[in-house]
Design a protein around this ligand. Structure first.
Ligand code: 4AD
Ligand code: MG
Length: 434
């Protein structure tokens, strides 16, 4: 078969193309079925899936033989003609005229029986990421991220980067990963927030997209030890502005996924609606009462427990904010109300249906002596925060910001049971490979 008559194409273009198109496709064999003298193959490439068919006596014999022998997950090069067929997924199939195996796959180790064990699936994640659900989840994740890039660009935020080797805790010492930095003690960054704050007088509005590290000992469906965080910080902005940026981002993300990743949502069995704005807001005190009514009470001043968060989240069908957290449940940098020094100007953005926390944000202390006092009153090592403190001596206006976990958002948007499915190669307490 002469190559010149065939146009290099993709499975997605075939589904949108016209019958009679002569195409060349490169991809992987997902499935093979024999029906009488016809062999059907589902081919996967980066754009999706397409059905191929080969018929004994019609398809040239050498190609028909290699189709008959090809193994699942082999990489292949196919040439053929697009046909309309209402029985084929997407209404199109490619009638094969030539078929070459580029790289043969051995017998696929992820059998139906083996796949019943989640730990086996994740031990074989380097292979199991080829599964349709894994691919769909990762394509939703990619859309979430690209929507964030567009949202912040449109709103005039500068994208910055920050180090991941750091010297001090942003979110408390309990979840710090320690590294030996040429004989000195260093940590993996929990959050880029302090670097964002330092950047404000230079850029006014900044955002960042990079990994964050938490030595979370707890095995839960929402904790990774390494995850990607989107953080944004803004000068001359109070907590109300901060919440409107968060809800704007979240609705832009959902809208984009609904526009562009319908096939993936369908495959994942997820129905998603764009949330109406503004999002509902309840206070910490109200959340505490709601949780208590559902038998998940906790002491005032404690962080909202996992069960309480779940109970409150289950009462909503749209994302919502919990505002006004006690200072005792928050990191030291939070600003408090002048008339209520035990309550912070902060909020968590919570996903409904039991998914729980997506983001945490708040207004920061911008005054030098107030921050100095806070650091002292919490017995924190002042030298660790010296440059963070010094920012307050050189023109630091009121400012606020937030951090939102990319895998948390992906998990909710895609309706995934476990957060590890929102990461291509997840890192958890028990998983460092592949
Ligand atoms: O709530 P966190 O700890 O807040 C901060 O780090 C702030 N300094 C952010 C800021 O204001 N710039 O983390 C922010 C978000 C959480 O709401 C959650 O979505 C995600 O990061 N996150 C995790 N995601 C997966 N696994 C973990 N262990 C996570 N810890 C936090
Ligand atoms: Mg938080």
């Amino acid at each position: 078969v002469s190559g010149q008559n065939y146009k290099r194409s993709s499975s997605a273009s075939v589904l949108h193309g016209s019958p009679g198109d002569r195409v060349e496709l490169a991809g992987w064999v997902v499935r093979k079925n024999h029906v009488g003298g016809v062999v059907f193959i589902v081919l996967r490439d980066g754009s999706g899936y397409v059905q191929l068919s080969a018929k004994k006596g019609v398809t040239p014999q050498p190609s028909f033989d290699s189709i008959r022998e090809v193994t699942r997950e082999s990489a292949v090069l196919v040439r053929g003609t697009v046909r309309a067929d209402s029985r084929a997924p997407g209404g199109r199939e490619v009638s094969v005229e030539s078929f070459d195996v580029v790289a043969k796959a051995e017998s696929w180790p992820i059998t139906k029986t083996a796949a019943r064990s989640p730990s086996f699936i994740y031990d074989k994640r380097h292979l199991s990421i080829r599964g349709p659900k894994a691919i769909a989840a990762m394509k939703v994740r990619a859309e979430v991220i690209s929507a964030a890039f567009d949202y912040f660009r449109e709103k005039g935020y500068w994208l910055i980067s920050a180090p991941t080797f750091v010297q001090a805790a942003v979110e408390g010492g309990a979840t710090l990963f320690e590294v030996n930095y040429f004989g000195k003690k260093a940590y993996m960054s929990q959050s880029a927030q302090f670097y964002e704050e330092a950047s404000l007088p230079a850029f006014e509005k900044v955002w960042i997209f990079q990994p964050a590290f938490r030595a979370e000992k707890s095995k839960t469906t929402k904790h990774l030890t390494e995850f990607w965080m989107i953080e944004a910080e803004q000068a001359f902005a109070d907590q109300d502005v901060n919440m409107s940026v968060q809800e704007g981002l979240l609705s832009a993300v959902v809208r984009r996924v609904l526009e562009r990743r319908q096939d993936e949502l369908r495959l994942l069995g997820r129905t998603l609606r764009e949330p109406g704005l503004p999002l509902p807001r309840i206070t910490y005190d109200q959340a505490r009462e709601m949780a208590a009514r559902k038998g998940a009470g906790f002491e005032w001043g404690e962080d909202i427990t996992t069960e309480a968060e779940r109970a409150v989240s289950l009462s909503f069908d749209t994302p919502f904010f919990i505002t006004d957290y006690p200072l005792s449940a928050r990191s030291f940098y939070h600003m408090t109300y002048p008339d209520r020094p035990e309550v912070t100007k902060s909020a968590d953005l919570i996903a409904p249906e039991g998914y729980g926390e997506l983001a945490t944000g708040g207004q920061r202390i911008s005054d030098y002596s107030a921050l100095l006092e806070r650091i002292a009153s919490q017995d924190l090592p002042q030298e660790s925060f010296s440059w963070y403190l010094e920012l307050r001596r050189y023109g630091m206006p009121p400012h606020s910001g937030f951090g939102i976990g990319v895998e948390r958002v992906t998990r909710w948007v895609a309706g995934l049971r476990h957060i590890r499915s929102a990461s291509l190669f997840p890192r958890t307490v028990t998983r460092l490979s592949p």
